[in-house]
Design a protein. Structure first.
Lengths: 248, 271
């Protein structure tokens, strides 16, 4: 009889559901579990609090900074806003047949130093582009189908276009004293004069550079040759010769 | 033991005595930290409940509020010391059309193979006002006349020629014309004395503002001119027609005798 009871007890202890049940845990284990959970929860909440504090700190700091920044930006933008209203009219238009063979770029500094009348110093880098063209309308094209030969006689390339394409480095200094910092009108006039001067300097430099003429002639020859060959694909051994004529 | 109601019990207490009693009550009510600890040691379950609640209050109420307040304070300091100056500088630059592009030339020479097909003499009349927000009393306003030349070109470097040997016909595909303005800066002049300069005592701006304003205007005018001329309802149609004609004439001169030349534009996305 006692033996059977012992077996029952052993069976009960061996039951896995009974063993893992929270109710059957010893009290110290229960307390440890509860305290552990509470401590963990508390730690998580504190971490969350720190995270939220940091996030709110950064957001508020950035928002406030941006607010000041935007206010100053808007104020300055309005104080300096330049407006242009341009009307474009076409005076004349004509068809041309000029081949652009070389585009050149250059830059010049226009210097204006202070003098007795004006204490403004302004050094401006003016950048420009020029285009050398060959007037094909003034050329002659002689084709010899038997010899598979084309002779193209065109005027030498010349600088036909030049413009200020931009401005680079600049140094502008005015002897400011309290409110004596010039005027907008003075500034506009100064920049217009420097752009004018810069364009003239650029055009002169481009016209005087022998290298540009040499390169433009080489480019013209190679381009015309390739163009003639491209447009006569059925004549593989086409001979093309380019001659420059003196234009009036 | 029966309680007897003494006459002084019913009497109204004197204000001084009342104050004393209140103080005593307060003294009695003031709780020491050690008392709290003692209380919690006796009521551990309450402590276990209150600890996460306190942490939650910290996490969701106190910490964000502290963060916002400190952030706002630090942000205000930074904003005043740095933000105002930085914003003013950036706003000034933007107001003067900013984005001042500095181009550095790498290649001074570049071969092109563009055929100029249409040349236009353009006249620009520009009403310049600075600053714009003071339209009724700007620092400076002027009506400028500017001469410009506009050129439409076709890039022959990307053209393509296909020959039909049976019909002795060659078809040349060319890209759409492009427009390039060549403004003559030497031609700028004020139209019929149309210039207003504010008197110095009302504020006539700064030299540097006018200087930068015009330099940027120059770029903007070129850009706007380019956009307007390339619009479909502008001279683009004329340029297209001229391109077809000029290329055909040129090709007829350069191709072998008897060849029929046909010129057309690339389809969109082609070439």
């Amino acid at each position: 009889m006692d033996r059977n009871r012992d077996l029952e007890v052993i069976n009960q202890e061996a039951s896995p559901t009974e063993k893992t049940s929270f109710r059957n845990c010893p009290p110290w284990k229960k307390q440890l579990l509860i305290v552990g959970t509470v401590v963990l929860l508390t730690a998580v909440l504190i971490m969350a609090g720190i995270y939220l504090m940091k996030r709110n700190y950064n957001t508020a700091k950035q928002d406030t900074y941006n607010g000041f920044h935007q206010t100053a930006y808007d104020f300055a933008e309005q104080q300096n806003h330049v407006s242009n209203y341009a009307l474009i009219s076409v005076d004349a238009a004509r068809e041309v047949s000029r081949l652009e063979v070389l585009s050149v770029s250059d830059s010049e500094f226009v210097i204006k130093n202070a003098d007795k009348n004006d204490r403004t110093i302004s050094w401006l880098e003016v950048q420009g582009t020029g285009v050398f063209t060959v007037d094909l309308a003034a050329g002659e094209f002689i084709t010899d189908p038997e010899r598979q030969y084309v002779l193209v006689r065109v005027p030498r390339p010349v600088l036909t276009e030049c413009k200020v394409s931009g401005t680079g480095k600049q140094f502008l200094k005015r002897a400011d004293f309290l409110i004596f910092n010039g005027s907008v009108a003075e500034g506009v006039q100064l920049s217009q004069n420097q752009l004018k001067e810069g364009r003239i300097k650029l055009e002169d430099a481009m016209k005087q550079d022998r290298r540009f003429y040499d390169e433009s002639q080489k480019a013209a020859v190679s381009m015309i040759e390739s163009l003639v060959k491209q447009w006569n694909p059925s004549v593989p051994d086409l001979q093309v010769e380019v001659e420059f004529i003196e234009s009036n | 033991m029966s309680q007897e109601l003494k006459p002084q019990d019913t009497s109204v207490p004197k204000p001084q005595e009342e104050r004393k009693r209140t103080k005593q009550r307060r003294k009695k009510k003031s709780v020491k930290f050690s008392d709290v600890l003692f209380w919690f040691s006796m009521h551990r379950q309450a402590a276990l409940f209150l600890l996460p609640v306190a942490a939650a209050v910290f996490a969701f109420l106190i910490a964000p509020a502290v963060g916002s307040s400190v952030g706002m304070a630090v942000g205000s300091f930074d904003g005043v010391t740095e933000g105002l100056a930085a914003g003013y500088d950036e706003g000034t630059a933007q107001g003067l059309s900013a984005e001042d592009t500095t181009a550095i030339f790498v290649n001074k020479l570049k071969e092109t193979q563009k055929l100029q097909v249409l040349l236009m003499n353009l006249q620009l009349t520009d009403l310049y006002i600075q600053p714009e927000n003071k339209k009724n009393d700007p620092d400076y306003a002027a009506l400028f006349s500017v001469q410009s030349r506009g050129i439409f070109t076709v890039d022959l470097a990307v053209s393509k020629a296909v020959e039909d040997s049976e019909s002795a016909k060659i078809v040349i595909h060319i890209p759409q014309p492009k427009f390039e303005p060549y403004t003559n800066d030497s031609s700028i002049e004020i139209v019929e004395d149309a210039e207003y300069i504010a008197p110095w005592y009302t504020g006539d701006g700064r030299t540097v503002a006018g200087y930068t304003g015009w330099l940027n205007t120059q770029k903007q005018l070129d850009q706007k001119l380019r956009e307007e001329m390339l619009r479909d309802d502008g001279p683009m149609e004329q340029a297209r027609a001229s391109a077809l004609r000029q290329v055909r004439q040129l090709a007829e001169s350069l191709c072998k005798d008897g060849t029929t030349v046909e010129v057309c534009f690339f389809e969109e996305g082609e070439g």
